[in-house]
Design a protein around this ligand. Sequence first.
Ligand code: ZN
Length: 356
Amino acid sequence: MLKVLLLAILLLLPRAAAAEAALGLSRAAAEDRFGAFSLVQAADGTMWRRDEWLARPAGAPAASEYGYLTVAGDRTAAVWLTYDGQDIVSRVAVILDKTVSFRDLGSVLPALQAAAADPGTNTFLLRAYPRDLLAAVIPRPGGDLLVTFDNAGRRDATRLNTHSFVRGFTVARLTAAERELMTMADNDGARTARDGSWRRIENFLAPGLHFSEQLVARKRTDMLVIHHTKIENMTVASIHDLHLRNGWAGIGYHKVILPDGSVADGRPEYAVGAHAIGANSHSVGISLVGDFDVNLPSPAQMASLLALTAELAGKYGVSAANIVGHRDVYKDTTCPGRIFPWAEFKQALAKKLPAK
Ligand SMILES: [Zn+2]
């Protein structure tokens, strides 16, 4: 299975890179790359097989797009090319036979994701029929590229997120009119552009933590809840991934302390977390990477935990009694671990916190 998957990715990789590279090619060069076309979409919307097209009657409508079928491992992709009046490729559309989610796009189409993750890339929601599209404007010398993603199965634009499925994508150079609309949306931040067809959104294609729902600000903070990840060797990215798979908005902890003692940011600190049922609305969640049912946290982790809890307690005015382990607010867990040195930690903390 893995072998098949790898083969599929390897075969699809040049295809993804080719999608952008095909822009500007002559028809002969494009057919050199993709082989002979198999389908034609005529200007009146009718579809023709190659043999039908070659034998088409006089007076048949002009061709609008040519389709090239390609086999990519266990995936089939159709590449649709549009030629301009000089027979130069002006638009490339790729349709996959299987959908892939935005967040997994990089594992299937790394070249495309790398381009879309360019810091200069802006992403927009393009209002379209029958469903809205995620559109990315990728800066390129010689003219910005417009990539639109066919996010299959999502009719409600407000629900477009990292889980949304991509069935295919289209690459073209931006037209002057599109550029003008984009510039307006750009200047306008979150507001809608003049005709309402473009709305700036988060770039789900860039690396980073994308939350699948709008996060909610916490109204009060009077508790710090300490956890362990239970699974060794986790990173913020892998915790985020796991929590997304749980169906949550994303990583549920606000701070993560790695085995080397470094502190990483998880969910934004202002937001309600997803780490301790019953306490999320009024607490900050801190998780140490490790399984402290069987191992001890590293001295560096404990030193960082002490410094971080003292800092957050000072910032929010949290009392020592309200710096708790997950198991203190939820009975069905041993978190932050059976052998977590809780008593030592609380003693050390008591020395650091001002007496109340
Ligand atoms: Zn926990």
